[in-house]
Ligand binder design. Sequence first.
Ligand SMILES: [Mg+2]
Length: 127
Amino acid sequence: MKILLVEDEEFNLMVIEEMIGIFYPDANITTATNGQIAYEILQTKSFNLILSDINMPILDGYELIKKIREDLRLQTPTVAVTAFAIQGDKEKTLLAGFDGYISKPIDMGELEVVLDKYLTNKNSAES
Ligand SMILES: [Mg+2]
């Protein structure tokens, strides 16, 4: 399955990529360091799941989800991964169009639940 991982901090990108690899060693992970780069990738490639940071330069997670849903008209499951832990942030991301929310630092169990939920049909985008 194909995962698009959007995160501006190199260290976080590496950690999340490794975590995904533990649960799904065969996952095909594409990375983007901001929403604009992700948006450009999404114009030509499809994914089973998008994991996106919120706080990013150039184009943040909220602007990216808007482009995914309204501009590209993609229904690809997209989960926000954010350090914001304030009450209400989860609701805000869901209202913006995200399908789910994972808080940073990432809990392995929480990540596994999300991956299993959206990658259950493991061979669907294997091409
Ligand atoms: Mg960030």
